[in-house]
Design a protein around this ligand. Structure first.
Ligand SMILES: [Zn+2]
Length: 185
């Protein structure tokens, strides 16, 4: 099984010496469906600074490689912030208080209720009965602290920074205007 490929649009690359082509692709099986667009940058000069990526809807777009690099750096910042939270003494204290509090609950239902309130588990009670494990992470540390009545200025500060890092990271890489209709969604 292969792919059917039809050129739907072609236009100049940013420097004008090469081309960008957009293909309509679909699996070549008889029951059809599942079509997508693919783009190709045919220019050795532009390939140094530009690349084709896809947006959240899997539509191709031309972007600057520098912007991809910047986005990767933002993603790393977010991951680093989670690691920073988890390495902090506040987090270690919270973790041991949570473990102690969970262990002190009389019933499994009480444990599940506490962990759900702390946003450490998100599944149903049935799921929890099958898999009663849980893991406190930098992502849910502030919610867990709140549920346990623990106030930590540093934990709050780091969690706010984590939220800000997430917002910065979620911004879509801007599409470079090419004049091709299929590339500018
Ligand atoms: Zn070019």
């Amino acid at each position: 099984m292969g792919t059917d490929r039809d050129e739907v649009e072609i236009g100049p690359c940013p420097c004008g010496k090469g081309k960008i082509r957009v293909d309509h692709c679909s699996p070549d099986h008889p029951w059809g469906g599942g079509a997508w667009l693919e783009a190709q940058l045919d220019c050795a000069i532009c390939a140094k600074d530009y690349a084709i990526t896809h947006n959240d809807n899997n539509e191709p777009k031309l972007v600057k490689k520098a912007d991809i690099k910047a986005k990767k750096a933002l993603e790393k910042k977010w991951h680093d912030k989670i690691a920073e939270i988890e390495a902090s003494s506040e987090f270690q204290t919270l973790k041991s208080i949570l473990d102690t509090t969970v262990a002190a609950q009389k019933t499994k239902a009480d444990k599940h209720r506490l962990l759900t309130r702390a946003k450490v588990v998100s599944g149903s009670y049935q799921t929890f009965l099958k898999n009663p494990g849980y893991r406190l992470s930098g992502l849910n540390a502030l919610d867990a602290a709140t549920a346990l009545g623990i106030k930590s200025h540093n934990l709050k500060k780091m969690s706010d920074e984590l939220d800000a890092a997430w917002d910065a990271m979620k911004v879509e890489i801007p599409a470079v205007r090419t004049g091709l209709k299929k590339l500018e969604k």
